[in-house]
Design a protein around this ligand. Structure first.
Ligand SMILES: C[S@@+](CC[C@H](N)C(=O)[O-])C[C@H]1O[C@@H](n2cnc3c(N)ncnc32)[C@H](O)[C@@H]1O
Length: 313
């Protein structure tokens, strides 16, 4: 099965609408994935426009390259971290962009085919790296202290049983390394009291897998840097479109956008503004955009998607 056959792009129509595309535009797609968004963006900006398609996962880049072979004049593929947007654009001599898209999270390819241990439904080696970073899920699970594990499970996974799961992981390590996702899933299941295990929505390991993945890939740090440096690279009138799937990511996008919009943060009783915030952008999506029922029923993975858009002044 090919990558493009299994990843369904989320909020596709909305992304195309909000990027406000014109012929000749230069668009930075920081999360190329199955290239579903990129292909449609290219159609709108061709024949002279270009997409800079970036992905941290090299297998993803090679598979996307074959999907994009008919559009080779309109796309530059880069295997890198979107947080390096400034360096990437400098390397290819691009001074500013008309739009930037980030569609965060996992592609179907990473879950189903990458063999990197992203899925709690498969028994694979503990890894969860998008790229080739130094630290993988094996290191987090086998080397982090009980306190640090509890902290990330709670912070990134909001897992109610964080403490007992971390304690059981550390206990299991006494009889050898935890090497596979299958072993980890069993430890998680054993740490949740029986009567709660079957009451909760979703798989018992879902939140812990999400937390480990966010820690391994430093997802919030990368997002912060991409927003800051991406904003610098946008031309006046250019738009930043971000789809997030986690409440902490969405909160970061929302608060950064408000900062660029220059919303004064002084206490209401201050006679004059002292925070000095200046309006540098306009938030286009006054309310967050979410997929409709039809999209959710045809693509359940879109359910938690939240899209926000900012236009630089
Ligand atoms: C949800 S998928 C994107 C799907 C894509 N929009 C489509 O329509 O097919 C997210 C992709 O972002 C990549 N990714 C995640 N974090 C990244 C980062 N910091 N830098 C570059 N790529 C990243 C993942 O490898 C994955 O392929």
């Amino acid at each position: 099965m090919n990558l493009e056959e299994i990843h369904v792009s989320v909020l596709l129509k909305e992304v195309l609408y909000y990027l406000n595309l014109k012929q000749g535009d230069i668009i930075f797609d920081g999360t190329l994935g199955g290239a579903g968004h990129t292909v449609e963006i290219i159609k709108a900006i061709a024949p002279t426009g270009k997409v800079i398609g970036v992905d941290l996962n090299s297998q993803t880049i090679s598979t996307a390259a074959s999907r994009l072979k008919d559009f080779s004049g309109n796309v530059v593929l880069v295997n890198d971290n979107f947080a390096n947007i400034k360096k990437i654009l400098k390397r290819i001599n691009i001074k500013s962009i008309d739009g930037m898209l980030l569609d965060l999270g996992l592609s179907s390819f990473l879950i189903e085919k990458s063999r990197r241990g992203f899925s709690y439904l498969k028994n694979e080696k503990l890894d969860m790296r998008f790229g080739n970073g130094d630290i993988g899920a094996f290191d987090v699970v086998n080397k982090y202290s009980q306190g640090k594990l509890t902290e990330i499970f709670w912070k990134y996974g909001e897992e109610r049983w964080s403490k007992s799961i971390a304690k059981n992981i550390v206990n299991h390590r006494k009889s050898g390394d935890i090497k596979t996702t299958g072993e980890l899933v069993e430890i998680i299941k054993d740490s949740i009291p029986r009567k709660f295990k079957y009451q909760r929505r979703g798989h018992p390991a879902k939140r812990i897998f999400q937390a480990i993945r966010m820690e391994v890939n430093k997802e919030l740090d990368n997002l912060k840097m991409a927003i800051e440096d991406g904003f610098k690279m946008l031309r006046s009138g250019g738009r930043m479109v971000i789809i997030s799937y986690h409440s902490l990511e969405d909160r970061m996008v929302k608060s950064s956008f408000l900062e660029y919009e220059g919303k004064c943060t002084c206490p209401p009783d201050f006679p004059v503004c002292k925070c000095g915030r200046k309006k540098r952008a306009e938030i286009i999506t006054k309310k967050v955009v979410r997929p409709g029922l039809e999209e959710i029923s045809s693509n359940p993975r879109s359910k938690s998607a939240r899209l926000r858009v900012l236009e630089k002044l």
